[in-house]
Write a protein that binds this ligand. Sequence first.
Ligand SMILES: Nc1nc2c(ncn2[C@@H]2O[C@H](COP(=O)(O)OP(=O)(O)OP(=O)(O)O)[C@@H](O)[C@H]2O)c(=O)[nH]1
Ligand SMILES: [Mg+2]
Length: 418
Amino acid sequence: MEIVYVLIALAVLAAGYFLFVKKGDQKPELEQPKTKALPKSQPSKPKPRKPREEAEEKKSAPAEDDAPEEPEEEPADEAEAGDEEPQITETPAEPPVSRPSLTDERDITSLRKGLAKSRSAEGLFGKLKALFTGNQEIDASIADSIEEALLASDVGVKTTEALLERIKESLGKGDLVDSGKVWDALREEAARILDVDGKAGAFDLVASPTVVLMVGVNGAGKTTTIGKLATRLQGEGKTCVLAAGDTFRAAAVQQLIVWGDRIGCEVVRGKDGADPASVIFEAVKQAKESGADVVLADTAGRLHTKRNLMAELQKVAKIAGKAADGAPHEVLLVIDATTGQNAMEQAKEFKDALELTGLVLTKLDGTAKGGVVIGISDTLGLPVKFIGLGERADDLHVFSAGDFVEALLGKDSEASAA
Ligand SMILES: Nc1nc2c(ncn2[C@@H]2O[C@H](COP(=O)(O)OP(=O)(O)OP(=O)(O)O)[C@@H](O)[C@H]2O)c(=O)[nH]1
Ligand SMILES: [Mg+2]
């Protein structure tokens, strides 16, 4: 009986211990968040946020450019707090991390819709389909017919020959009469060609800010692509600064301002006729100051044959490099896909003048010759980063070689798999 009393007494003591001692232990933890708050003047770069939030913050925070960097002192365990950890804008301790910035969910159905003309009877898919339909076994002349279809789709002579050669190599003689196998080999080879250096569709934010220069002939779709790309980036929480480097036409600046207003991002412009290099320099500077993630720089359309204008682009690229290390990080040649093989000559000149990092093929919705993407990418040895399938803000697709080939050359029965 006494043992029972002793046990009860021990239980009461233990309960008392937990009530007073443990409760006391927890106190500091509850108070901890107070110490985490940053002083309001700290020019920290927050994690990606929506443009509107950013704009509101800008209103309340002074544009403190030259504020000396003062790393915030944080308790040791704060680092584990995770998401909210601030990043200091300048001189980061580590080199900027390569972050994939854009991701496209597999959306082959909308890709197919955009490529409807190329899938129609007069397009590449339509022509190939006509060749294969009904033939389980195909004869030797099929190679000639495939060649014709590819050439008619602006795939280009060299690429067409290489494609056919590889198909013949990869398939044994027996398989070459099997239409299904030939079709599969054709798609596989097209996808292989398109995935130049494994960089098709790669668009990483390698620096802060990452500077992207958009170049190309008149009317190719540079300004529209900038608007679409900024829409996507901002939608994913990245902040963009648009540089109105087309100082040639006042309307071009206005066009960019309209996009900027719509998306809610800053547009840096110069006086009419200003040096485009200085506008882009200023935009990069401002982006650094505001901690923006990306600078999308527009340039005036130009004929590739005009040497002085090509030299101007070289200067723009050089000056961008003075504004930020490694800039421009992307130099994208925007090509109007409806110009087909004619685009090839222009593209070569741009490639000679600049260190292009990739291609944007626009207006693919307006052509039956979607195969041109394969030819251009192969001939220039440049990866396609984006494709434009319409004029709306959401008509820009991050390019995926596999998905593109599936959308362009996938059989109808495979459509629902998308
Ligand atoms: N259908 C379609 N139209 C597009 C696409 N991309 C751009 N456009 C249209 O093409 C036209 C020219 O586009 P811009 O963006 O002004 O071309 P740009 O290269 O900036 O032209 P310049 O500044 O004159 O050199 C506009 O009417 C755009 O709406 C696309 O992917 N599909
Ligand atoms: Mg333009």
